[in-house]
Design a protein around this ligand. Structure first.
Ligand code: HEM
Length: 480
């Protein structure tokens, strides 16, 4: 009898309406973060955030919302973005920082939680501990020759492309060249096996990298929905054959580099893959962890280098100042040159390789922001490079390329410049990536390859995903 009445369509409809009204009332007025301001739709449903993320407008839209609502904005029923650098220590650093939010699982590779995507500190700790020594400043310095050889090949390639452009008039896509450099440097230094992308006209791993970048458009989806959506998106992708070829090439490369370090059942050498195998990771997981680096180590570095060059060619005075510093100090390590450092810091601030929030889950002790706002445990919180790096109070004329600002920085500038994230889960390869940028830019300027170059576009547009996608996948220069 009771079942019959429940199945009655009218009763089912009434129950649904009552359920919906209760949910709406709860989210708008009774939820533990109902006191935090934000747009009506975002307070009501996560769909608002999913839409911003998918369209690649999340960072800009939320930066605008901060102007309206203040430094703490509710961007989903249970999520908050904070535009206040004083909160960064509590979220990312203190006591090891809050845990990464569940959505990082969407970046798992072949079913494995990677050093990047893993949420549980103990799980990540074993893997990170095995390899972290390779990212220490002293190790990267020791690997300078290996990395510098990649830089030299990149400079030669750019010189050739420049000559070709002067004859044929076809713009040079520096993003493609810098992606090749970044991939070669990571694979040569960490895996002892260069991918040799610089020899390829169009980097064969590019579609592999792009497919990971595109995961960012679905970043916030619950993992089970993400898996379905990704499957459908992959099936519908018109370029799926190219993506498949690229992924297969990378699969073969990573499988070989793992298999090659196992000789008669013994792991040889001290490479990244050997260290993971020695730490007890399976062959399949080690392959996945290597692929993770080939994605993480390619796109962000290349985008930063591309943007730095794009800015420099538009600022002849800054270019000359930088070149003078480099030529006058031939024996000084690039990382000790003050103006070059300023150029790189400013490039990292503006490039927006990772523009959106780095979401974390507030721990059981809660989060206190200033003296007024308490954010309860379980809330997803985060800061974004976009809001912090473009904050006019900390970086006046925030959208302009002004390396000089870093020659005498205020205490707030380094605090609020977070291109590599913060705390124990900040970029594990920060030192390596920074070295690539220093050595790459130094070599390009010393060789004067960029002299006379002009950008094809006066604005580089991006999709603001976790790793931003440059629209058209090109940063182009012309000389003729
Ligand atoms: C300029 C270049 C780079 C930038 C701007 C950059 C940016 C970042 C950011 C923002 C994070 C933190 C993400 C978070 O908190 O959610 C991160 C993490 C990470 N990055 Fe990078 N990255 C760069 C280069 C690299 C390179 C070259 C590699 C590898 C060779 C790499 C590997 C990783 C890994 C494995 C993590 C996860 C660390 C962890 O969670 O423990 N990155 N990166």
């Amino acid at each position: 009898m009771a079942l019959t009445s429940l199945l009655d369509p009218l009763n089912a409809l009434s129950a649904t309406i009552i359920g919906l009204i209760s949910l709406i009332t709860y989210r708008l007025y009774l939820h533990p973060i109902a006191h935090i301001p934000g747009p009506f739709l975002a307070r009501l449903t996560s769909l608002w955030l999913y839409k911003q993320s998918y369209h690649g407008t999340e960072a800009t839209t939320i930066s605008e919302l901060h102007k309206k609502y203040g430094p703490i904005v509710r961007v989903a029923p249970n999520e908050v973005e904070i535009a206040d650098g004083t909160a960064s220590h509590s979220i990312y650093v203190k006591g090891g920082g809050f845990m990464k939010a569940d959505c990082y699982k969407n970046f798992d590779i072949d079913g494995y939680a990677t050093i990047f995507s893993g949420l549980v500190p103990a799980h990540r700790g074993v893997r990170a501990k095995a390899v972290v020594g390779m990212f220490a400043p002293s190790s990267v310095r020791e690997g300078r020759d290996v990395i510098y050889a990649c830089v030299e090949r990149m400079v030669e390639r750019l010189e050739r492309e420049k000559e070709k452009e002067e004859v044929k008039g076809e713009p040079v896509n520096i993003l493609n060249i810098f992606r090749s450099l970044a991939l070669d440097a990571v694979t040569a230094y960490l895996f002892n096996k260069p991918y040799n992308g610089i020899a390829e006209d169009k980097l064969s791993a590019s579609h592999f990298v792009d497919s990971f970048v595109a995961v960012g458009r679905f970043f916030y989806l619950p993992n089970w929905i993400f898996k379905i959506v990704e499957l459908i998106a992959a099936r519908m992708d018109e370029g799926k054959l190219d993506v498949w070829k690229s992924i297969t090439t990378v699969d073969k490369f990573t499988a070989a580099l793992v298999d090659e370090v196992v000789v008669e059942g013994h792991v040889i050498g001290n490479t990244y893959q050997a260290r993971l195998l020695n730490a007890g990771m399976s062959r399949e997981e080690t392959i996945a962890q290597c692929k993770d680096l080939m994605f993480a180590g390619t796109d962000s570095t290349a985008m930063n280098m591309g943007m730095i060059c794009w800015y420099l060619v538009q600022c002849p005075e800054k270019y000359e100042r930088l070149r003078k510093e480099i030529l006058e100090n031939p024996d000084t390590d690039a990382q000790s040159l003050p103006y070059l450092s300023a150029v790189i810091k400013e490039g990292l601030r503006l490039a927006m390789a990772n523009p959106t929030r780095l979401p974390r889950v507030v721990s059981p002790s809660g989060l206190q922001i200033g003296s007024h706002t308490t954010i309860p445990p379980g809330t997803i919180v985060g800061l974004s490079a976009h809001t912090l790096h473009f904050n006019e109070d900390i970086f006046p004329k925030a959208h302009e390329f002004i390396p000089e600002r870093w020659l005498e920085p205020t205490p707030e500038m380094p605090r609020d410049s977070i291109p590599f994230g913060l705390g124990p889960r900040q970029c594990i390869a920060r030192t390596l990536a920074t070295a690539e940028l220093y050595w790459g830019i130094e070599a390009l300027i010393r060789k004067d390859v960029l002299r006379g170059a002009k950008p094809v576009k006066d604005k580089i547009e991006i999709m603001e995903w976790f790793n931003s996608k440059v629209k058209g996948e090109k940063i182009e220069l012309v000389w003729s």
